[in-house]
Design a protein around this ligand. Structure first.
Ligand code: PEP
Ligand code: MN
Length: 269
């Protein structure tokens, strides 16, 4: 389990991280933070340093974005997860964020992982687009070897021959990781799907597969988002998705209960 502020990721509670792909403006971020908190999120996501495919696309506000995230934490009590892209930025991101996100494009950037691990902050390690489950666990091991056991794994879809969705959501990887690793596993249905209409179904599937939580992109006006608008939920869709998760979270709770009962019996017998 990974402790963040006054709660835990990887315990009984299903943890939702939600927020915009990028921190754009104060009003965009604060409105989103209040909305997602009202509907059950514990952690606010938002990129201040953005890895973009095009050098001409918005690259993030950097330090100004981090300051807005910190303001949102003060106003809402939400914890903050945000990406760190470079070793040089680790100190400043660790100063403002509660969890450092290592993005897919950096899952095999071992010096970044080492430096981020040594900051002492929990890490959210996203699976690389062409990384196997073993590769993901190998990268997590680097953080553990650098004295940081607070690693949260994230399945965010992988590249396959299928192009109808942005990535292929590897639900089996979630179930597998919950079997073979003690680390918390969360799902990112937004980057997996690439289309907002598919996000709630993938989120429900992830909960049923025993994921420990979600990271979801939410924006006040997705069609005007500076990045990843096509996969971002608007406020109403986020609220509806959160309300629809309950039976799936209950399935997860009973499955977790069964497996811990089984482990207890094995330990006794
Ligand atoms: C993100 O979370 O906005 C992001 C860039 O994700 P990924 O690294 O999974 O592409
Ligand atoms: Mn994004």
């Amino acid at each position: 389990m990974v402790s963040v502020l006054d709660f835990e990721v990887g315990g009984d509670e299903f943890i939702t991280m939600a927020g915009p792909c990028s921190v754009e403006t104060e009003s965009q971020l604060l409105a989103t933070a209040h909305h997602v908190r009202r509907h059950g999120a514990r952690i606010l996501r938002g990129g201040a340093f953005k890895p973009r495919s095009s050098p001409y696309a918005f690259q993030g506000h950097g330090l100004e974005g981090l300051k807005l995230l910190a303001k949102a934490r003060t106003e809402t009590g939400l914890a903050i997860v945000t990406e760190v892209m470079s070793e040089c930025d680790v100190p400043v991101v660790a100063e403002y964020a509660d969890i450092l996100q290592i993005g897919s494009r950096n899952m095999e950037n071992f010096t970044l992982i080492e430096t981020a691990a040594r900051s002492g902050r929990p890490l959210l390690l996203k699976r690389g687009m062409v990384a196997t489950v073993a590769d993901l666990l190998g990268s997590a091991q680097i953080a553990l070897d650098n004295g940081n056991s607070n690693v949260i794994l994230c399945e965010r879809g992988i590249r396959t021959f299928e192009t109808a969705t942005r990535n292929t959501f590897d639900i089996a990887a979630i179930a597998l990781l919950k079997h073979i690793s003690h680390l918390p596993v969360i799902a990112d249905p937004s980057h997996a799907a690439g289309h907002r209409d598919l996000v709630p179904a993938l989120a429900r599937a992830a909960a049923a597969a025993c994921a420990d939580g979600l990271i979801v992109e939410v924006h006040p006006n997705p069609d005007k988002a500076w990045s990843d608008g096509e996969q971002s939920l608007d406020f109403a869709a986020f609220e509806e998705m959160m309300a629809s998760l309950d039976p799936y979270i209950a399935l997860r709770a009973s499955a977790i209960g069964e497996s811990s009962a089984l482990r207890a019996m094995e330990a006794v017998g």
